[in-house]
Design a protein around this ligand. Structure first.
Ligand SMILES: [Cu+2]
Length: 502
């Protein structure tokens, strides 16, 4: 089912019901922008103090009142939280949905304990949860996002609509090369409608197979955006859904990559397409083609195995017209390459991702043979703060009975990582078959690991201590056990840290 078909059908229904469509499908391609602006909540005097209502019920989705949603403040895309490094977050979420929730700040380099970015606390239905922490002055500037992260409920929560963007100021918009350039925020989220319902109703998460999912941009299907020939705009793009993959390209245009997962890159590059695993973000510059016309921003489709055949779709229409602009020149680098990339890792650890589907147990997902449990009482393994480690994350498609071949997008909380190598391995022997050294151009917090592939991640556990998690960002897999806990601990006294200065 194409977005257009659904949009036409719903558009007719809405017109018949007397509803007014804002910038609906009949809008003439051209001057009329139909990309919705996401409401912004900004920090004031160094504090972002806000209260959001997580509500269950009807909300506008593609400009049509749609039932069965869980949203922040009745908006399919939650409000954009915008703050600066050094600011304080003070966010209260009231839980009006029927499952426990909390608030995770995806990609944030902050305290994972107490009432900060702690995934081990929750608000029951009817309750509230207040998240408070300081964003370090050295926090990266870019695009992040928030969503509930209670184990067992993350997939349903995010699919139903509970997610929204966060911008940390001082990133691409502050670069002299792009001063005065139009800045856009594009939040991608999928939905599917229940064919059995008489009015537009979100399909429950268990029935929402990949082939049914329609992608929205800022909550609408195929909005129109204007771009002048030769004009450069900066686009922040985030995949803020529960499990869909996107392979994004704009017809006859190229993207210059400026930031990945909220981190300005240390080497920019130009590409025809960017892949966004669930949870991933990218910030790019795009310059309008010489020839005026209508160009499609597309996802080219992504095959993540039997349960993840993500279809090719038009995401948005870019109309190139008007007075020619002067293209911005991309900087070669935006941030310094972190010095810790050259440090010898203090430890190397291996994590094996696998799954099984047996009639007796149903689908189960493992890391190192264990299914994560919230009630797990044994102490998680420890890493020392301010040390560098290398983690080998490998996808074992063979180990357990009945599993399918599928990639697992590996995500870690609190600290970002660099990919320094990858290759194929043989699950029968545990040996690497190939190895390719990777020269990282930026940092990430979410990386796809294909079947029988391994990736080598290097990371430094900077400043913050506490218990936190890593997991697959296909949230069904996370809920079904593909998560691990670990604790970042102080270094034993007597050992010397190398960056006490920050
Ligand atoms: Cu997975």
């Amino acid at each position: 089912m194409s977005g257009l078909t659904r949009r036409e059908a719903l558009g007719l229904a809405a017109v018949a019901g007397g509803a007014v469509l804002l910038g609906g499908p009949s809008a003439q391609a051209g001057t009329r922008e139909t990309l919705p602006r996401i409401p912004v909540i900004r920090s004031r005097n160094g504090v972002l103090k806000a209260r959001l209502e997580a509500v269950a019920g009807a909300a506008a989705l593609d400009r049509v009142t749609t039932d069965g949603l869980w949203t922040y403040d009745s908006s399919f895309v939650g409000p954009c939280l915008r703050l600066s490094p050094g600011d304080r977050m003070d966010l209260t979420v009231h839980n009006g949905v029927p499952v426990p929730i909390n608030t995770h700040f995806h990609g944030f380099w902050v305290d994972p304990s107490g009432d900060a970015d702690n995934v081990f606390i929750e608000a029951r239905p009817g309750g509230s949860l207040r998240s408070r922490f300081h964003l370090p002055r050295a926090h990266p500037s870019g695009l992040f996002w928030y969503h509930p992260h209670v184990h067992g409920y993350t997939n349903e929560s995010v699919w139903s609509g509970l997610s929204g963007p966060i911008i940390v100021n001082g990133g691409v918009e502050a670069l002299p090369q792009y001063r005065g350039c139009r800045e856009r925020l594009l939040v991608f989220k999928g939905f599917a409608l229940d064919p059995a319902a008489s009015t537009p109703t979100m399909l429950p998460v268990d029935s929402a197979s990949a082939d049914l999912v329609i992608m929205t941009v800022n909550g609408v299907v195929n909005p129109t955006m204007a771009l002048r020939p030769g004009e450069t705009q900066t686009w922040r793009m985030g995949n803020m859904g529960n499990d869909g993959f996107l392979r994004i390209a704009l017809d006859d245009h190229r993207f210059t990559v400026l930031a990945t997962d909220g981190h300005p890159v240390f080497e920019t590059w130009t590409t025809k397409e960017v892949t966004l695993a669930p949870g991933a973000r990218v910030e790019v510059a795009v310059t309008g083609a010489k020839d005026p016309g209508s160009y499609s921003l597309r996802t080219l489709g992504y095959d993540n195995g039997r349960y993840g055949r993500w279809s090719a779709q038009v995401l948005a229409t870019v109309v190139v017209e008007g007075e020619p602009g002067v293209p911005a020149r991309a900087p070669k680098a935006i941030t310094a390459r972190p010095a810790w990339l050259e440090e010898q890792p203090a430890k190397r650890r291996t994590f094996t991702l696998s799954e099984s589907f047996t009639p007796a147990t149903g689908p189960l997902f493992y890391i190192n043979g264990e299914v994560f449990s919230h009630e797990d009482i044994h102490d998680p393994f420890e890493v020392e703060v301010d040390t560098v480690e290398e983690w080998v994350v490998r996808n074992d498609p063979s180990r357990a009975e009945g599993g399918v071949l599928e990639g697992h997008p590996f995500h870690i909380h609190v600290n970002h990582f660099a990919i320094v190598g990858r290759g194929r391995w043989d699950p029968a022997t545990g040996k690497a078959l190939t190895y390719r050294k990777v020269e990282p151009r930026g940092l990430e917090d979410t990386e796809q690991v294909l079947p029988a592939e391994y990736v080598v991640l290097k990371m430094k556990f900077r400043r913050f201590t506490g218990k936190t998690v890593f997991h697959c960002h296909i949230l069904f897999h996370e809920d079904m056990g593909m998560m691990g806990a670990f604790r970042i601990v102080e270094r034993p006294s007597g050992s010397s840290g190398d960056d006490h200065a920050h």
